[in-house]
Design a protein around this ligand. Structure first.
Ligand code: NAD
Length: 262
């Protein structure tokens, strides 16, 4: 226990299983002394989240599906009753369909749903978190490089992540005077449940591994380490940032000539 997060309490949305990025962040926060609360989406994930939360003495607030605002209010009501205030929040939630083929074929229904779950939900939880962050606080969300550049199959998610990154800047501007900071981590590809819905994901992983400056992919623990900086007072002067945790992949302009063919 480094003590970096001693005395801090926070809520983590988006644990599906032990491969989730949210879980990597939770482990890092716990090891640094934070107290954590979790939500789950539906009964199937409840069975996964409860034992994980128990492992680190975490609180389970209940079911939260961000498409149903009443369930967001319900978990924040539990949080208010149990803790009164919070210091940080992690938003690691995304959903999109049609993640292969062409973006141009995106339906309005898929577009609206993906934007609601992958973008607006961060604003929705920020509204509730603001009321509980009475001594200031730190919010983070997870993004991907597909927000900035075309990536194969990322389609509607790329558009939603671009909007999410823009919302980080607007939320940072609104909440800064209350000493509430808002940042995003743009993670490199990691094999998680959500990632399994993306076409050719194995190829994307291999491409990143062979081309990234560090010649490796990142782990959920790598993301957890960087999240700790944003959630702790170490980053007290930082807000509105989109920070890449991707082995440096984002600096590349093209394939490395020495990268092996894959
Ligand atoms: P994951 O499948 O472990 O987590 C995704 C979470 O989103 C799940 O816990 C799921 O319950 C939740 N979710 C989806 N729809 C929801 C809804 N309607 N209401 C409430 N929760 C809902 O996958 P992950 O890769 O850890 O994803 C976490 C975040 O990281 C996402 O925002 C994802 O886009 C982002 N990200 C992932 C990668 C990657 O390669 N895995 C890279 C960059 C960014």
């Amino acid at each position: 226990n480094s003590g970096l997060m001693q005395g801090k309490r926070g809520v983590i949305l988006g644990v599906a299983n032990n491969r989730s990025i949210a879980w990597g962040i939770a482990k890092a926060c716990h090891a640094a002394g934070a107290e954590l609360a979790f939500t789950y989406q539906g009964d199937a994930l409840k069975k996964r989240v409860e034992p994980l939360a128990a492992e680190i003495g975490g609180l389970v607030l209940g079911h939260c599906d961000v498409t149903d605002a009443a369930t967001i209010d319900a978990v924040f009501a539990v949080l208010k009753e149990k803790w009164g205030k919070i210091d940080f929040l992690v938003h690691a939630i995304a959903y999109g369909e049609q993640l292969e083929g062409r973006y141009v074929d995106t339906t309005q229904e898929n577009f609206s749903k993906s934007m609601l779950i992958s973008c607006y939900s961060f604003t929705a939880v920020a509204q509730r978190a603001e009321k509980l962050m009475t001594d200031g606080g730190s919010l983070i969300t997870l993004s991907y490089y597909g927000a900035e550049k075309w990536m194969p199959h990322y389609n509607v998610m790329g558009v939603a992540k671009a909007a999410l990154e823009a919302s980080v800047r607007y939320l940072a501007a609104d909440l800064g005077e209350k000493n509430i900071r808002v940042n995003a981590i743009s993670a490199g590809p990691i094999k998680t449940l959500a990632a399994s819905g993306i076409g050719d994901f194995r190829y994307i992983l291999k491409w990143n591994e062979t081309n990234a400056p560090m010649r490796r992919n990142v782990s959920t623990e790598d993301v957890g380490g960087s999240a700790l900086y944003f959630l702790s007072d170490l980053s007290r002067g930082v807000t509105g940032e989109v920070h890449h945790v991707d082995s440096g992949y984002h600096v590349l302009g093209m394939k490395r000539p020495d990268a092996p063919d894959i």
